[in-house]
Write a protein that binds this ligand. Structure first.
Ligand code: SF4
Ligand code: ZN
Ligand code: ZN
Length: 313
C-alpha cells in the first residue's frame, strides 16, 4: 500500500477519501481537516484564547495537540467526574500530556470542589448518568471559560459522534436538539462560543493520529455509558459506512448544508429571558440554575458506588 501523495509506504487507508497516507501525509491530512473546519465555520479567530475540554481520551488529546500544532493559544480543562478508577486514570493521561508539552491544564474536581460525583448526581436527580454528567460539564466549562477570560471552548466531538447524535435526533425528530446540532454555537449572554474542530475527522482517524503522535490516552470506556443509546447509533452507522464509505460525512454535512437552517426557529423558541443564578451567578432562565439544583440534591444524597471500567471493544 503506497501513499497517495508521495508513493512512500502508507500507514493508513481512508476509504471515504479513497486515499492511503504515509505518516507525514496523514498528519498533514488531519491538520488540513481541522484548518478547514475552523475556517469554514469561523470557529477560532487569530489571537483568540481557547479552552480545550480534555477528558484523557483520544479525541480531546488529539484536538489539544492539533490546536497547539496549528499555533493556537490553547489551555486544557480537565473535569474530574468522580467515576472511581475511570476518573483517576483519565486525569493521569490529561496531566501527562500537559506536563510533556509544558502547557497549562486547568483542573476542576466534582467531588472535591462541589461535594458530589456523577453516579450520585444521577441517582439523586433520577437522570441517566450521561445527562447529569453533561449538565455538569456544560456548566463548569462555561464557568471556567468566563472566569479564565477564554473566548472559545473547544470539544473533541468527531464526525462519528456528530453523525450518531444526529441519527438519534432524527429518529425522534427532536427539533430543539436538531437546532443546536451545529459545529459552532455562538457566544451569547455569558456563554462562551462552543466549537467542535474535529467534525471532519473520524474516530478511527483520531485513534491513528494518537498512535502516530505517540499520545497515550485512556482506552477504557466510561462504566456509566452502559445502555447509552449513542453507542448503538454509532454501531448502526459503522455498518452503513462499511458498505458505503463516506455515508457519515454525507449524512452530517448534508444536514448542515441543506437542513439545519430549517430548525433555527426551534432554537429561538427554546430561549427565554436570562437572568443570573442567585447562588452561582451563571446565566439561567430560572432563579437557581440547573447545576446548582443538581448540586444541592446530589450533595445531600448518600454516595452511590461506581461500576468498574469496561474495556473498549
Ligand atoms: Fe459522562 Fe456519560 Fe461520558 Fe461517562 S459516558 S463521561 S457519564 S457523558
Ligand atoms: Zn506520503
Ligand atoms: Zn447556579
Amino acid at each position: 500500500m503506497k501513499c497517495t501523495v508521495c508513493k512512500g509506504p502508507a500507514v493508513i487507508d481512508l476509504a471515504r477519501h479513497n486515499a492511503h497516507f504515509c505518516t507525514d501525509h496523514f498528519l498533514r491530512f488531519c491538520r488540513d481537516q481541522v484548518v478547514k473546519a475552523v475556517d469554514e465555520f469561523a470557529m477560532i479567530a487569530p489571537g483568540e484564547r481557547v479552552l480545550v475540554a480534555v477528558s484523557g481520551g483520544k479525541d480531546s488529546l488529539a484536538l489539544w495537540d492539533l490546536l497547539l500544532e496549528l499555533g493556537h493559544e490553547a489551555d486544557g480543562l480537565y473535569l474530574g467526574l468522580g467515576i472511581g478508577e475511570y476518573s483517576d486514570e483519565s486525569g493521569r493521561y490529561a496531566r501527562a500530556f500537559a506536563a510533556a508539552r509544558g502547557v497549562r491544564l486547568v483542573e476542576i474536581d466534582l467531588p472535591a470542589d462541589h461535594g458530589f460525583d456523577v453516579p450520585t448526581a444521577a441517582r439523586a436527580t433520577r437522570r441517566v448518568p450521561c445527562s447529569a454528567c453533561g449538565l455538569s460539564k456544560r456548566h463548569l466549562f462555561d464557568q471556567a471559560a468566563r472566569e479564565g477570560g477564554y473566548d472559545v471552548v473547544a470539544t473533541g466531538h468527531n464526525l462519528d459522534d456528530e453523525a450518531a447524535v444526529l441519527f438519534g435526533n432524527v429518529l425522534r425528530w427532536d427539533e430543539a436538539y436538531l437546532a443546536r446540532q451545529l459545529p459552532v454555537l455562538a457566544a451569547r449572554d455569558g456563554f462562551p462560543r462552543k466549537v467542535k474542530p474535529l467534525v471532519r475527522l473520524s474516530e478511527r482517524e483520531m485513534a491513528a493520529y494518537c498512535v502516530v503522535r505517540r499520545i497515550d490516552y485512556q482506552v477504557e470506556e466510561c462504566p456509566m455509558a452502559v445502555g447509552n443509546k449513542h453507542l448503538g447509533y454509532k454501531e448502526a452507522l459503522n455498518e452503513v459506512e462499511l458498505r458505503s464509505p463516506g455515508s457519515k460525512h454525507a449524512f452530517y454535512f448534508g444536514f448542515l448544508a441543506r437542513a439545519a437552517e430549517r430548525f433555527a426557529d426551534a432554537a429561538l423558541a427554546d430561549g427565554g429571558v436570562l437572568g443570573a443564578c442567585e447562588r452561582c451567578g451563571a446565566p439561567t432562565t430560572n432563579d437557581v440554575c440547573a447545576f446548582c439544583r443538581l448540586s444541592e440534591k446530589a450533595s445531600a444524597h448518600e454516595p452511590v458506588p461506581v461500576p468498574r471500567p469496561r474495556t473498549r471493544r
